[in-house]
Ligand binder design. Structure first.
Ligand SMILES: *Cc1c(COP(=O)(O)O)cnc(C)c1O
Length: 224
């Protein structure tokens, strides 16, 4: 069930802090998304290509769709015509494919690079060293990659009760964001997004400098 009052409070609190709220609607029906849209929400996040491609035509065209899951290269073409921001880019191969599909759609597609900040093996993302390597390659090929725009970084903290560890991971992520901005995007005003924080840890993420939070279960209720 949609938590209307929770959304209102969250939206107000985040607006006051200049933080973008992405409502993560994966596994939730189109009717729930419409309900949150009618409250005034415009940014929605999805994790699965098929699900997003099914939902998108059934909903208002001014929704900004954030693709927040791991994106396979061979599926970029399905989301390229309409996606607003791709959050989890972690290879040059994927970045090149997004550029290629953006050219075909006559668009410039905004992306975030995914950092691995958690102390967990299973999550995707780049280490700081791998991020630097990718940014070096990107800088060298910037003219060929003019249909993608790197707008910042995204990361997920470890799923743990140890709040000090979570805070440290978000702080680390923000430091790397600042380093990347200063080293590679000094003159790009569009490199401004530090996407971190979910239902369980968004307050801490905002305290540590998040500019965009991805919140699902708090707004839509638990997923099955
Ligand atoms: C599902 C998901 C979220 C939202 O998680 P909640 O705990 O429901 O807020 C945020 N980010 C990513 C990458 C997700 O997969």
């Amino acid at each position: 069930m949609v938590q209307t009052e929770v959304w209102k409070k969250l939206k107000e609190e985040l607006n006051a802090k200049g933080v973008t709220l992405v409502a993560v609607s994966k596994k939730k029906p189109v009717s729930d998304i419409q309900e949150v849209y009618d409250l005034g929400q415009r940014d929605f996040g999805e994790n699965y290509v098929q699900e997003l491609v099914d939902k998108q035509p059934q909903l208002p065209t001014d929704i900004k769709w954030h693709y927040i899951g791991h994106l396979q290269t061979n599926k970029v073409k399905y989301v390229a015509p309409f996606v607003h921001l791709i959050h989890a880019v972690d290879s040059m191969k994927l970045l090149s494919e997004i550029n290629k599909q953006a050219v075909k759609s006559h668009r410039v597609i905004d992306v975030l690079l995914q950092l691995h900040i958690a102390d967990e093996e299973t999550k995707f993302g780049l280490s700081k060293e791998e991020l630097i390597e990718l940014l070096e390659q990107y800088s060298a090929q910037k003219t060929e990659l003019s249909n993608v725009r790197i707008c910042g970084l995204m990361g997920m903290a470890t799923f743990t009760d140890d709040l000090e560890q979570v805070r440290k991971e978000f702080g680390n992520m923000k430091n790397i964001f600042t380093f990347a901005k200063d080293s590679y995007f000094m003159t790009d005003a569009t490199f401004d997004t530090c996407s971190m924080g979910m239902s369980g840890d968004y307050e801490m993420a905002v305290e540590e400098g998040s500019t965009l939070v991805r919140i699902g279960s708090m707004i839509f209720g638990e997923r099955n």
